[in-house]
Design a protein around this ligand. Structure first.
Ligand code: GLA
Length: 405
């Protein structure tokens, strides 16, 4: 999903920290649908990408996360058909429509269409009566930036199918089914954060999610009101070995939980951490466990501070999260560390990598009047290091999945 990723409404000298564009056009995806399939869609559904404020690599450990939906997302124009096929078109790859059988199995579909066909597969595998469909999608979440363009695709389609086939699945279950599509059809062993964020976030709020109980709380978040800006800086670092490394981190956590005799690392409390670490022989395991346990504590502290109106107080927790992800979890790369250091040097209140790591984006909480100079500082540092030019935008919490036509 790469179209319309540039910002509009830019302000200031750097001209790159203005609000993000939400330029996805409903008419465009509908028109493409009509051209491709020769009829009107039954409706158009939309789901956003996300940025995670804190709670990284905790979701597959039954832990806490705190993401927000972005204004960038995916539109899906969808219609039921009498056929036993899924016909799919992406406006990002208009010359390569894909048709697959409704019974397409994991491994039989690859590329962008696997996220769509995977959702159909997941719903059907769970016993829901989903029949043939035509789908056209259009998106503006930058692909490969760690902003969950894949969850946006999955959730837009899941939401559409839930409506069109009158399945009455509640949002968190729909998110789980979308996650299953990604785990078992696409083959990426992700947790449930991205799909829950895309499905259930609300405008103006962060989503505080307990990934074990699936209990959610919408936490009001409006930094602008307090003269603060949450910047997202896309380092444009190419993802390296992402899937293999991600799966390996996940396995290490599961092995550590098994060695400790707990269901998941969520069950290790901050108080017990020193004792628990002394029971693990492997230094890598020890560091991974320390990250997960301390990160869960940081999430709950951030939520507490936000509830208390102490926005600036979350800055050091964001930075501590980055340090933990860099040193203990080892999922950062030079671009992410450079961006965080440069942002902090230029006056950010806190900064961290966001998402899975190994490339992608950092976030920085900055005084609004310093936003441009922070971005300039990151740019200069990247130039010096010989990295690609980073891109930045202001993150404003947007609405989760919904029907838009
Ligand atoms: C990716 C996964 C999520 C989560 C993050 C790390 O975005 O899709 O489930 O594990 O990495 O927090």
């Amino acid at each position: 999903m790469t179209r319309n990723t540039e910002n509009s409404g830019n302000t200031g000298n750097a001209g790159n920290t203005g609000s993000t564009a939400t330029l996805l056009d409903i008419t465009e995806v509908s028109t493409a649908f009509v051209t491709a399939f020769g009829r009107q869609p039954d409706g158009v559904w939309s789901a956003p990408g996300r940025v995670n404020v804190i709670g990284e690599h905790t979701d597959y450990n039954d832990g806490f996360v705190l993401p927000m939906a972005l204004p960038q997302g995916v539109h899906a124009a969808v219609a039921r058909t009498e056929s036993s096929r899924i016909r799919m078109l992406s406006l990002q790859e208009p010359d390569s429509p894909v048709t697959v059988d409704l019974d397409a199995a994991p491994g039989e579909v690859t590329g962008w269409s696997a996220y769509l066909a995977g959702v159909v597969w997941s719903l059907r595998a769970a016993g829901y009566a989903v029949g043939g469909v035509d789908i056209a999608v259009d998106g503006n979440v930058p692909a490969g930036a760690g902003l969950s363009s894949s969850a946006a695709l999955e959730c837009a389609v899941a939401y559409a199918l839930n409506d069109l086939f009158d399945l009455r699945i509640e949002a968190s279950e729909l998110a789980r089914l979308a996650q299953r599509a990604e785990n078992d059809f696409v083959g990426m062993p992700c947790g449930v954060m991205d799909q829950m964020a895309s499905m259930t976030c609300t405008a103006g709020h962060l989503l505080f999610l307990d990934t074990r109980s699936m209990v959610t709380e919408q936490v009001p978040f409006d930094p602008t009101e307090q003269g603060r800006t949450l910047l997202v800086i896309d380092t444009r670092a190419p993802h390296r070995l992402v899937d293999g490394e991600y799966a390996e981190r996940r396995r290490t956590c599961e092995d550590a939980a098994a060695a400790l005799g707990v269901t998941a690392l969520r069950d290790v409390s901050a108080e017990d951490l020193p004792a628990v670490l002394s029971r693990l022989d492997d230094d890598v395991q020890r560091r991974r466990v320390r990250h997960v346990v301390t990160e869960n504590t940081r999430v709950t502290e951030v939520v507490r501070k936000l509830r208390d109106g102490d926005l600036d107080g979350i800055g050091p927790l964001l930075t501590a999260s980055h340090v933990s992800l860099r040193d203990d979890y080892e999922v950062t790369v030079g671009e992410l560390d450079t961006a965080v250091d440069a942002a902090l040097d230029a006056g950010a209140l806190g900064a961290r990598m966001t998402g899975g790591g190994f490339g992608g984006c950092v976030i920085a909480l900055v005084p609004s009047d310093r936003a441009d100079s922070v971005v300039d500082a990151v740019r200069t540092a990247f130039d010096k290091a010989g990295y690609s030019e980073p891109r930045a935008f202001t993150a404003v919490p947007a609405q989760g999945a919904r029907r838009v036509r």
